[in-house]
Design a protein around this ligand. Structure first.
Ligand code: GLN
Ligand code: ZN
Length: 759
């Protein structure tokens, strides 16, 4: 018999029940008992879905009130000193304070840092470790949930993040030390946890070590061997799980660790199957991750069976089937999508449907394909219908992408020549001031959008309301004395959705929520077909804004890489291909803006960096096509049209050549929190074009002083010639209120004036 299993189920709930329960608890509207009850109900529901679908093992411990890494920190008693925890059990409010800085009880303190989980859009809470860190079992959560599942008759398989991955994801604080040195102290807690789970009658534990798909330093690789040897006694069987990529140079190591099974991701890295099957010694289990946990397409079950049936013959009971990774990264249930185009709906699978696919694969392996022929036939029909659908293909888009050449991917003249033409056209002072695009999204704006979507406000009235907002933002910017203005983006709900809704090849789900962090979810658009622009998307708003002022108005677009990165992307062609299609659609928009008299156009790429592959060896290929797509979108314009880009993060060191390769005339970046130090990367590289290093952190309500801004810009000028510097905030202002925006921007303008006077 083949074993069908899952690595994790989305915990937020089909109606985002967990989100609402958390937020009302945090606001003090509901007590903790109510929150605990919702959580219990969600766990039970999700276990039953998986059990009833026919899985042989169901993950337990994948539920989390906020984040699974934070769950482990709490379980190990890793609570930073500022939370005033004096050892002993870590309670739920301490846990929430670590995540959010505050909770209904306990003193507020600075929240722990949050960062992206590998190359996903999920964010985890970074553990903070000190040189004298100790670890002790400090929550009963996992054991309680196991007992809860067992009481419901679930074949529970507890999930743990492995000790090496946990340490790898942590940051060190205080006196410098190697976090790997803490392994010896951490392992006994793992030993204790495993022994207790064994005592609860658990047969298998899933232990996630996704860092095995990264380029690991030698000491970390060696540590795997000793750590798992140490954990080899008095424990349940261990399924070592890897995902998000190929094990590659770590495959031999992973195959020979003293564990009882190995899970590999065959969606991201199908090529590793043969070697893994050869190397994995009997009686170890090989779990094949064949259902895509990172995307929403219905699987081609016949194609998967073609690959794994021969394996079944070889491995017999040692073969398990599951998803590539936890289903945390997919929406919950396609059945909710009652309003989705029914043809496209048939091409999709969310978590509930993916669990059924896993079970079907097992049945096909065990009973032969004939045993499940109806289901396989339905699957084959849907898969074929998608690939053959005329809705996927647009000949003119294919021809155009095929015809992209070097000329289309580069500006007419080099930067120096363009800069000359732009100076003549725009006549800007030194240290020109601008903002990143959005102005406060007030209750009024959100109300108007809601009323419009609900049909209570007609298109003309909505347009009028947005025009008033634009007029207000423009007038304010003129009052503050900014040099390059923006329209303020009142009409945009979201920087990707706004464009996706107007592009061919995209669909939007009603309920396709995926957890981003804590109670926050995102609903990525689905790119199902060739992307094309039906009509101009931003030109009317921008032209209107420009008509209100004699100063340059900056057109505002989301870049091709960011649109790609924040969507569910089709899997029937390379990502680079889809990105090129988006780039061409944006190129047309850029050209139309130029034709409408717009002389400055910003193409935002905040997700450029997060598209980086997990393995270094793959970086160059990604950076080359990503930068090229950006340039395709930006290069249809004349020299005198100034292209900006914006990236709101602060790690450029290792991608600075690619950033220069974008050849944007101006890049605005996040620098305020790093005290301009990150400009070193640009300075050392002799970055040739203009830079606007953010002068204040828009995440904070604090208003920067003129002196602070002048001081930061002076530091910037030590690294980049003043002639090539701009003055702007770190990011868009949509989450701020008007009074702080006014105060901050007036200070910014005053600082620019002071700098010019000194220059
Ligand atoms: N133009 C966008 C804004 O100002 C950029 C947002 C972003 O960088 N994430 O809101
Ligand atoms: Zn930003």
């Amino acid at each position: 018999m083949t074993l069908a299993h899952n690595l994790g189920f989305p915990r937020i709930g089909v109606a985002r029940e967990l989100k609402w329960a958390l937020e009302s608890y945090w606001k003090g509207e509901q007590d903790q008992q109510a929150l605990l009850a919702v959580a219990r109900e969600l766990r039970a529901r999700h276990w039953r879905i998986q059990q009833q679908a026919g899985l042989d093992q169901v993950p337990v411990g994948d539920f989390s009130f906020y984040d699974q890494v934070l769950d482990h920190s709490a379980m190990f008693g890793v609570v930073p000193p500022r939370f005033g925890h004096d050892g002993g059990a870590v309670d739920l409010d301490t846990y929430f304070r670590m995540a959010r800085g505050r909770a209904p009880s306990g003193e507020a303190a600075a929240a722990c840092e949050m960062t992206k989980w590998f190359d996903t859009n999920y964010h985890y809470i970074v553990p903070e470790l000190h040189a004298d860190q100790t670890f002790s079992l400090s929550t009963e959560r996992l054991f309680d949930e196991v007992a809860e599942a067992q009481a419901l008759g679930i074949d529970a398989r507890p999930v743990l993040i492995g000790p090496l991955t946990y340490l790898w994801l942590a940051k060190t604080r205080g006196e410098a030390f190697e976090r790997l040195d803490l392994l010896e102290r951490l392992l006994p807690v793992y030993g204790e946890i495993l022994a207790r789970l064994r005592g609860q009658g658990i047969e298998w534990v899933q232990i996630d070590e996704p860092i095995l798909v990264l380029d690991l330093p030698a000491p970390w690789r060696q540590a795997f061997e000793s750590a798992y040897t140490q954990l080899a006694v008095n424990r349940p069987k261990l399924l070592l799980t890897t995902y998000f990529g190929a094990l590659d140079d770590n495959l031999h190591l992973a195959a020979h660790l003293p564990v009882d099974g190995l899970h590999i991701d065959l969606v991201r890295a199908p090529e590793q199957l043969a070697q893994a099957a050869d190397w994995l010694p009997a009686p170890k289990v090989l779990s094949v991750g064949v259902i895509d946990g990172r995307n929403i397409w219905r699987a081609d079950l016949a194609a998967i069976l073609d690959r794994i049936e021969p394996l079944k013959a070889r491995l017999g009971e040692r073969l398990w089937v599951g998803p590539s990774c936890s289903l945390l990264h997919t929406p919950v249930d396609l059945d909710e999508e009652t309003r989705l185009d029914s043809e496209i709906r048939d091409w999709l699978a969310f978590a509930v449907q993916k669990v059924e696919e896993i079970r079907l694969l097992r049945d096909a392996l065990d009973q032969g394909r004939n045993g499940v022929s109806d289901a396989l036939a339905a699957c084959a029909r849907a898969v074929a219908a998608r690939l053959e659908s005329p809705r996927l293909h647009r000949a003119e888009v294919r021809e155009r992408t095929a015809a992209i050449d070097a000329a289309m991917a580069s500006r007419h003249s080099p930067y120096a020549v363009r800069a000359e033409a732009q100076r003549a056209r725009l006549a800007l002072p030194t240290y020109p001031t601008t903002t990143i695009g959005s102005f406060p999204q007030t209750a009024e704006i959100r109300g108007a959008r809601r009323a419009f979507k609900a049909g209570q406000l007609d298109a003309a009235a909505y347009e009028q309301a947005m025009r008033e907002q634009i007029a207000h933002a423009v007038a304010e910017q003129e009052r503050y004395g900014l040099d390059v203005l923006v329209h303020g983006e009142p009409e945009r709900n979201d920087m990707v959705e706004y464009f996706g809704e107007q592009l061919e090849g995209f669909v939007f789900t009603r309920n396709g929520w995926v957890q981003s962090y804590g109670s926050r979810c995102v609903k990525p658009p689905v790119i199902y077909g060739d992307v094309a622009r039906a009509a101009p998307m931003t030109v009317a708003w921008t032209r209107y804004a420009q008509s209100l002022t004699a100063r340059p108005m900056k057109g505002m677009l989301t870049g091709p890489v960011t649109i790609l990165q924040w969507s569910f992307v089709r899997d029937d062609q390379p990502r680079a291909q889809t990105c090129a299609q988006i780039a061409l659609a944006l190129r047309d928009e850029v050209c139309d803006l130029e034709a409408a008299g717009i002389g400055v156009i910003q193409i935002d790429e905040p997700a450029f960096r997060e598209g980086l592959p997990l393995r270094r060896a793959e970086w160059d290929a990604y950076l080359a096509w990503a930068a090229r797509c950006f340039r395709v979108s930006a290069s249809g314009v004349a020299d005198a049209t100034q292209i900006h880009t914006h990236m709101c993060y602060s790690e450029f060191n290792d991608i600075i050549a690619a950033i220069a390769d974008l050849d944007a005339d101006v890049i605005t970046i996040e620098t305020a929190r790093s005290d301009m130090e990150l400009l070193d990367a640009f300075g050392d590289f002799d970055y040739p074009n203009e830079i606007g290093p953010g002068v204040y952190d828009i995440h904070s309500p604090n208003v920067p002083t003129v002196e602070q801004i002048v001081e930061l810009m002076r530091k910037a000028a030590e690294r980049i010639p003043a002639e090539r510097l701009w003055v702007n905030p770190d990011c868009g202002l949509k989450t701020r209120g008007w009074p702080e925006v006014e105060a901050s921007l007036r200070h910014m303008v005053a600082a620019a004036e002071a700098l010019r006077a000194q220059h």
